[in-house]
Design a protein around this ligand. Sequence first.
Ligand SMILES: NC(=O)c1ccc[n+]([C@@H]2O[C@H](COP(=O)([O-])OP(=O)(O)OC[C@H]3O[C@@H](n4cnc5c(N)ncnc54)[C@H](O)[C@@H]3O)[C@@H](O)[C@H]2O)c1
Length: 372
Amino acid sequence: MAVSNPLETKVEQSMSNSQEWRVAVIGAGTISQRVHIPVFQKQPNTTVVAVCDVNAARAEAIAVETGVPNVYSDYEKMLAEMQPNITVVATPNIFHKPMATAALEAGSNVLCEKPVALTYADASEMFATAAARNLVLTVGTHFRFTAPMQAAKNHVNHGFFGRIYAARTVWQRRNGIPGYGSWFTNRDLAGGGALLDIGVHTLDRALYLMNYPQPARVTGVTFAEFGPRGRGLGGWGSDIAKPSANTRYDVDDLAWAQVIFADGTVLQFQVAWAANFPETFVTEIFGTEGGARIGGQDSVELYSMLNGLEVKTDTQLPAQKGGSYDQLIANFVRYLNGDTNADIVTPEQALVHVQIVDAITRSAAEGREVVL
Ligand SMILES: NC(=O)c1ccc[n+]([C@@H]2O[C@H](COP(=O)([O-])OP(=O)(O)OC[C@H]3O[C@@H](n4cnc5c(N)ncnc54)[C@H](O)[C@@H]3O)[C@@H](O)[C@H]2O)c1
């Protein structure tokens, strides 16, 4: 079976299309400063034309630092005046739906930060809006593009695992509650805690390798054992809010679940912003012919039988150009340029993330299995 190496095709392919991409960014926060603006600025035929933030000083400072020529504090005005054909939505989660919808209605493709929406119903409406206008709405779940994940996907495509019938996917931090006291830990603005924030990344890693089976039954639990006591605080977002005696924390900091799919396969899922346990970032695949443990940046262990003996193989990872978010944005631009082989987070995939998160939330609240 001839299967292309995703590490080569996704990164090296050059497109002949010369469409000019005008990128507008809503939210001049940590992620757009570190990732969206500099990475879009590296793409061919792509200019970041404007940045918008309700905090005008923050927007101005980032624009100066990155050389973005236009600054706004009202995103609707920016959309009307700049007429971008790509809009990045990188604001607190509650704003993703109205902002992405406004951008789509203004005729722009959208890269929306995760979680795309707080509920499955909202996400479905957003993707329907995109489809009705023939525009692309995709989501920043970039961990599928790490070198170990792409190597594992290559092994999936070559049939190494046989039939994948089970998987386990884990992202548990020792001390990693982001933005304690900011929108991150406020249910009205974030919609949830670890489950929404790192849960969608953690789901995408496993589902990508499992080829996105249809979820059928979900049982989940959530806890908030660290945040309410002011423990387990991490570095991300520590600049946007300082803890105080009245700090609001009403989101989860741990979620575990089991998802059973329509084809009978099973996924064990564990995320935590904080835990009395070593930092764990791993996705494990169980197949009829082989298994794998896929870690963070540098590890893919393969397990199989060879000549009747148990074998463990370490995959030597090819060098990758840029980080996983660089790959996500490069693929998005290539897809917009007409490359149907470009690997993007599709509407169907993004909807499955939210569907499972919704079901875990319901299962945890009602103390029962949720049938989808
Ligand atoms: N894909 C990833 O790996 C990744 C990593 C970090 C954050 N994120 C996501 O990115 C989003 C932003 O996270 P962050 O860490 O950059 O947060 P942040 O708080 O640093 O930045 C958010 C910015 O949005 C601005 N904002 C709020 N309301 C606005 C409005 N009405 N109009 C314009 N701007 C507004 C805020 O002033 C702030 O500057 C979140 O959804 C988060 O989940 C994704």
